[in-house]
Design a protein around this ligand. Structure first.
Ligand code: GLU
Length: 483
């Protein structure tokens, strides 16, 4: 195998969240930019918290974002299986090899013993690492402990007095003292490997060339490097992408808004807006233009332009980008996306007739400029579905009370009734002529019409609204406005 090989290796303990999606995206971009291979591997060794449901959520979110993978779960490939619980034999083999070479050892300490040990160390002002109690047990010791029914874990023997230096492609040189690490567990007492061990075995056996992941794994990297060395394996390159913070600079959490990709999908965000936004969380293009398609980002992507400092999650920016993509999107696509929200609100029935669908397209086209996501549409379209509307506030009531109002509403109604059809173009022309005919300025004409027809003092273009409402509904509202 040759060329760039990267992987996204989620633990299926919950839905795909913003941070995970960004890691997946950066790996995908790096693979696609370099003609490499993108692999999706499932790290499900946390048996209690992992579920197939989360795995499915992660995979479907990746697909929705447009991030396809060349090898991995569901795709297959030469390095499978791609789910860690299906690879347990492989880890056991390497654990045995390390143990036989004296580079790892069986540890029989119980949870209680370890907790007491930690307390003792902390009380003496020391770091609460493992003290190496089982490091040098002889065969007889082990036999005695096993006869007590103790089930061992396997610990990695961390070499003393050394430092591990990592040349991270994003963070530069980072050094860790081995003394701060302590012999760590590589296989738990139930025979399941820990993350740090399984990840090394998998990255090596899948020939991963670049490990691109979130900064929170930087502190795990020295442990992983020690395992590579113990097994005499070459190291991949590492690139740790900085944390994502909320606008208040604290670590991104639910407080800062929705965290899972599915939630954004359900709120009516477009995947192209989300990938554009995610790419800018830590990476920046060379030019000024930030609105970019996945393809355009791919053509420019490099790890050199991934920032060391934390990325800030700015929901306003996502809304701005999404609004942009909504305005660009074909009306039919937006209408399809809008239908479930309209149905849920009770504005339409499940089965939409062809005529109604055409009409819905006009409604969507009329309000789309106002939306930053599709679920917001219900807040803008009441005027199209309600039989009558009420002035929204004092200002609106005052507008309808002006003396010219009956004349304006009346003339508009007459003109509409005389018109051959109620198209946007025709209504626009009628509106243009009204002020001239009545000798009134624009505001005195449009504001009362807007309030009478929509109940609002601001909103979409009036000619579009009237065309979408049709003659009958518009006339009803004009009549009501004259009362
Ligand atoms: N399973 C780890 C996680 O979801 C992957 C870390 C890595 O990429 O090495 O955080």
């Amino acid at each position: 195998m040759s060329g760039v090989r990267v992987r996204f290796a989620p633990s299926p303990t919950g839905p795909l969240h913003i941070g995970g999606a960004r890691s997946a995206l950066f790996n995908w971009l790096f693979a696609r930019r370099n003609g490499g291979t993108f692999i999706v591997r499932i790290e499900d060794t946390d048996l209690e918290r992992s579920s197939r449901e989360s795995e499915q959520n992660i995979l479907s979110s990746l697909r929705w974002l447009g991030l396809d993978w060349d090898e991995g779960v569901e795709a297959g490939g030469p390095c499978g299986p791609y789910r860690q619980t299906d690879r347990l034999e492989l880890y056991r083999g390497y654990a045995r090899q390390l143990t036989e070479a004296g580079l790892a050892y069986r540890c029989y300490c119980s949870e209680e013993e370890l907790a007491r040990e930690r307390e003792r160390l902390m009380a003496g002002g020391e770091l609460p690492g493992y003290t190496g109690k089982c490091r040098d047990l002889c065969d007889a010791d082990r036999a005695r402990l096993e006869s007590q029914g103790r089930k061992p874990v396997i610990r990695f023997r961390v070499p003393e007095g050394k430092a591990v230096v990592i040349n991270d492609l994003v963070r530069g040189e980072v050094s860790f003292e081995c003394s701060g690490i302590g012999d760590f567990i590589i296989v738990k007492s139930d025979g399941i490997p820990t993350y740090n061990f399984a990840v090394v075995v998998d990255d090596r056996s899948m020939d991963i060339t670049h490990v691109i992941r979130a900064e929170e794994h930087l502190s795990n990297t020295p442990r992983q490097v020690l395992i590579y060395r113990a097994l005499n394996w070459p190291l991949p390159e590492f690139a740790h992408v900085s944390l994502i913070l909320g606008k208040d600079r604290s670590k991104m959490s639910k407080r800062h808004g929705a965290t899972s990709i599915q939630q954004y999908m359900e709120m009516g965000y477009l995947p192209e807006a989300l990938v554009n936004f995610l790419a800018l969380l830590g990476w920046s293009p060379e030019g000024e233009e930030e609105i970019m398609t996945l393809d355009e980002i791919k053509d420019q992507f490099s790890l050199d332009r991934v920032a060391k400092n934390p990325a800030v999650f700015d929901l306003d920016k996502l809304n701005w980008l999404n609004g942009h993509y909504i305005r660009q999107a074909p009306t039919e696509r937006l209408t399809d996306m809008a239908i479930p929200y309209l149905e849920q609100k009770g504005y339409i029935a499940r089965d939409v007739s062809a005529d109604q669908y055409r009409w819905l397209q006009t409604v969507v086209a009329t309000v789309k400029n106002y939306l930053s996501n599709l679920s917001e549409i219900t807040g803008y379209v009441e005027m199209f579905f309600a039989d009558t509307v009420e002035p929204e506030n004092e200002e609106a009531i005052a507008i309808l009370a002006q003396e010219q109002v009956p004349a304006v509403l009346n003339l508009f109604r007459e003109k509409l009734e005389e018109a051959p059809e109620i198209s946007e173009e025709i209504v626009k022309n009628i509106l243009k002529g009204l002020g001239r005919e009545l000798g009134l300025n624009g505001k005195k004409v449009f504001m009362p019409l807007r309030v009478a027809i929509t109940g609002r003092v601001r909103g979409p273009e009036l000619h579009q609204v009237v065309a979408a409402l049709g003659l009958e509904k518009t006339v009803k509202r004009l009549e009501k406005g004259m009362l």
